[in-house]
Each structure stands twice: as C-alpha cells, then as structure tokens.
Write a protein of this length. Structure first.
Length: 242
C-alpha cells in the first residue's frame, strides 16, 4: 500500500487542478453511518423502508413520522471532521484543490475549512420554510418536538434532496464543469451506484482518475490508481506525511 500512497502523493504534488468527488464513506469515519453497508440504514427495520420515509411524498403525507426518523437517524450534531475532510481543506488552502463535490448533507467539509463545496444533495444544516423561505439552523429541527413550524406558520423542510426530488441544476452544472476541467479527479468513499450523481464521473476527460474505496466499484476498470484503504488515512498520509 505504501507504493499506492506514494503515487497519490506525487500526483497531488504535481497538480494544481484537483477535484474531489465523495460519498458516504467520507463521513463514516466521523461516526455517521452510510445507507448501504452491512450495518447501514438499509439493513435496519422500520415500519417503512428508509427510501420511502426519505421521499418527498412521504414528507408531505406523513410529516410527523418523517421527522421522527429524520431526527433519530439523519442528524449527527456531535460529528466532527475527520482526516479526509482536513486533508482536502489543506489541499484547497494550497491552491491545488478546486472543488469538493459531495453527496453528503452533514456540512463537515465546510466545517473543516473547505470553501468551494458543491453539495449535490443539499445540507441538513439548512432548513427552509415551505411558505416564506425563511432559513433555520439545524438546532431548530433538533429542538422541536413534533413538526417544526416557521414563525409564519409554514412547515419547515430540511434543505436536502429527498427521493422523488431532482438535484439542483445550478449545483449540477458547476460540478460537471469542475469535473470536466479537472486535471486530477479523486473519487472516494462511494460505490458510485447512486444516480444521477455517479454518472457525473463520465464528464472527466483527464488521465489521472483516482479511486479510494474499500470495496470495488463499477468504475475500477477506468481508474489510473486504486487505493483500498481508509480514505481518511490515505489522503492524510499523502497530504501531510513525507
């Protein structure tokens, strides 16, 4: 594995146009479970499947049940950035990393210091009134007992993309352009099975596609470098250790 880390370190050293595309595996090292692993949300039992609960129609029709699940399983206010978040923020500080494209909604990239973060699925830290668009912090959701309501009386909805909702076209456009223009594309902590986000990898035109994931992905055959270890350890070692 030392050879792969050395290769990653050399690629990072020699590039100033790097883009990172990350999934749930980036945040699991901060104690936030993913959906599809053996102990993830999809393996747990509820009255409804998690995909159903986290759909827009369920939110509209069963708002109180949605929030019971959402508070219990989707919010991790005590989670902190891990080595992966910190290493990526450092690469951006050095002027090498141009964008972080994330499927996560936890806001940990921003907390770690990254500035150009493109949140494909929104952010749990933002919550909007469906009537007047007033924005509320996540504490509003955590501290409310039932359905959180705006001062105008409207229902507050997390600013996250639920099933049955489309991704923000502006964020998608910026993300695809960043990938298209990138010299180096690092993909980490994702199985690349969630579309349309995963399909954005096809916009990459460079010859330095790096996959950091503990399990195989459908894009392995296109990768120029594959690292099968903790994404936090791999990135931190490549960025901070000689």
């Amino acid at each position: 594995m030392c050879e792969e880390i050395n290769n990653l370190r050399n690629i990072l050293h020699n590039s100033d146009n790097i883009v990172f595309f990350g999934g749930a595996g980036v945040s699991t090292e901060s104690g936030i479970p993913d959906f599809r692993s053996a102990d993830g949300l999809y393996s747990e039992k509820y009255a409804y499947p998690p995909e159903t609960i986290l759909s827009r129609s369920f939110f509209d029709e069963h708002t109180e049940e949605f929030y019971q699940f959402y508070r219990d399983k989707m919010l991790y206010p005590d989670a902190k950035p891990n080595k992966a978040h910190i290493a990526l923020a450092e690469l951006e500080r050095q002027g090498k990393l141009k964008a972080v494209i994330t499927q996560n909604v936890d806001g940990l990239h921003t907390e770690a210091g990254s500035v150009n973060v493109l949140e494909l699925h929104g952010s749990a830290l933002r919550n909007l009134c469906l009537e007047c668009d007033e924005c509320y912090p996540v504490e509003m959701i955590i501290n409310s007992e039932w359905i959180p309501l705006c001062s105008c009386g409207g229902v507050i909805k997390p600013d996250v993309v639920l099933y049955e909702e489309g991704l923000d076209p502006n964020v998608m456009s910026r993300a695809t352009k960043a990938i298209y223009d990138a010299d180096v594309l690092i993909v980490g902590g994702t199985s690349l099975n969630v579309y349309p986000a995963a399909g954005m990898i096809n916009y990459y035109r460079g010859d330095k596609l790096i996959l950091i994931n503990k399990s195989e992905t459908s894009y392995d055959r296109y990768a120029n470098l594959i690292i099968r270890e903790s994404i936090g350890s791999a990135l931190y070692e490549a960025v901070f250790e000689n």
